[in-house]
Design a protein around this ligand. Structure first.
Ligand SMILES: C[S@@+](CC[C@H](N)C(=O)[O-])C[C@H]1O[C@@H](n2cnc3c(N)ncnc32)[C@H](O)[C@@H]1O
Length: 399
């Protein structure tokens, strides 16, 4: 008897944390989530692309679109949409429109497992989102966010200002309660996220990219350069404003100074492809050589693959440097950029394997001249670089 009440107490304590350990739960089919998608809308032309990306069964979602307008525009709306129009001069960034949708949800609830998910009108729903979250029952479910081209943007579930995006979590209707977006703040998403997260400890973290930032924005070459300038080269290391090594500013300066937009080159050691993006925006064709052979770089390879459709002049060559070099004729390249294995002997091997592939007058370049072994290998084989940059890229002109 005593044991039974202990078990019941434990079950009740777990329930408070969002874990259902009751005997019935073992025999019940998990209740699938119901998602109320909220879109504040000032770009109606994007609704069609957004609609195509929503792969949730019709009975498991509704889509509440609140136009930033006096009246709902006279356009054909996608299926499952409930549309409203809200105009509020005091509101920015769709905040009043989101609040209108939350009020509507509160007065028209859809079962006990209803989540609210904010999907802005400049993005799409990630194709894996539904399959990953449908069996959730925690109060909040959160995930990581990537850029349109697969680049890392936000870690999972950092519920504080400037560390979370409205698209990187969903929250139960009853947890939202009377929390609303502050109309006048650009960072209202961070305030809202912090607020709801303080109301519960029942939070499920999905360690995957399930949301895409600004996927539907039009992009010029200048936008693409601005985007790549905002990315860390190695996403596991800090994006450091003082030390340029993990950024591409220096590399872009090097490309502008020495690379022509018709040049053909090879990058050796590409990881998630941040430097590849930067170089490819300044040349005609870029082959990216990397074996992506270690467990640590498996995610980086996925990120590389995700960005490739946006950089049509990049060709992926999944090989070790030395093996790949054999398939390039001598003097067939305008430049090579070496950023692979940074030990002294490996850098020497790479330089020797690729030097003959570069045309006379072309460039042999690389990263990490601040590393003693790299710099020594460069000087011992080629001599002093003609230039170095603030990301410690070095460059040498072949005679
Ligand atoms: C520092 S990361 C490259 C970072 C990337 N260039 C950037 O700045 O965005 C080094 C990469 O070299 C690759 N690598 C290591 N040994 C290599 C080899 N023998 N041939 C080609 N790539 C190699 C690793 O898989 C890893 O992705």
């Amino acid at each position: 008897m005593k044991n039974k009440s202990r078990v019941n107490n434990l079950v009740a304590a777990l329930k408070e944390r969002g874990i259902d350990a009751s005997a019935e739960s073992f025999f019940q089919k998990p209740v699938e989530a119901f998602i109320s998608i909220v879109t504040p809308c000032s770009r109606p032309k994007n609704l069609d692309a957004m609609s195509k990306s929503i792969n949730i069964p019709a009975e498991n979602y509704r889509w509440i679109v609140v136009f930033d307008a006096d009246v709902v525009p006279d356009i054909e709306l996608p299926k499952n949409v409930t549309a409203f129009a809200v105009k509020d001069k005091e509101s920015i960034s769709g905040n009043s429109q989101r609040n209108h949708a939350i009020d509507f949800i509160a007065s028209n609830p859809m079962g006990s497992n209803e989540y609210i998910l904010f999907l802005d009108d400049d993005t799409i729903m990630h194709p894996m989102l539904w399959s990953e979250v449908k069996d959730s029952n925690q109060d909040i479910v959160c995930w990581a966010q990537c850029h349109f081209d697969g680049a890392f943007r936000l870690n999972v579930g950092q519920f504080k200002l400037n560390h979370i995006d409205s698209g990187s979590f969903m929250v139960k209707r009853h947890t939202v309660g009377n929390v609303r977006w502050i109309k006048s703040r650009y960072d209202a998403d961070g305030v809202f996220a912090e607020h709801v997260s303080r109301k519960t400890s029942s939070i499920r973290r999905v360690e995957k990219f399930l949301s895409v930032y600004n996927h539907l924005r039009d992009r010029s070459r200048e936008d693409m350069i601005a985007h790549v300038l905002s990315l860390p080269r190695v996403y596991t290391l800090e994006f450091d404003y003082l030390n340029g090594n993990n950024r591409v500013d220096g590399l872009i300066e090097m490309c502008k100074k020495y690379i022509k937009n018709t040049d053909k080159g090879v990058e050796i050691g590409c990881f998630s492809g941040v430097s590849s993006r930067a170089i490819s925006l300044h040349c005609g064709q870029l082959d990216c050589v990397d074996p992506w052979a270690w467990v640590e770089v498996a995610i980086a390879e996925k990120m590389f693959d995700a960005m490739m459709p946006f950089y049509p002049n990049i060709r992926k060559v999944k090989m070790r440097s030395i093996d790949a070099a054999k398939s390039y004729p001598d003097s067939s390249l305008d430049f090579v950029y070496i950023d692979a294995d940074h030990t002294y002997h490996a850098v020497i091997e790479d330089i020797k394997a690729w030097e003959s592939k570069v045309k006379p007058g072309g460039y042999i370049a690389g990263h990490d001249a601040h590393m003693y072994e790299v710099l020594k290998a460069v000087i011992d084989t080629l001599g002093s670089p003609i230039d170095v940059f603030n990301d410690s890229s070095w460059i040498f002109r072949k005679k």
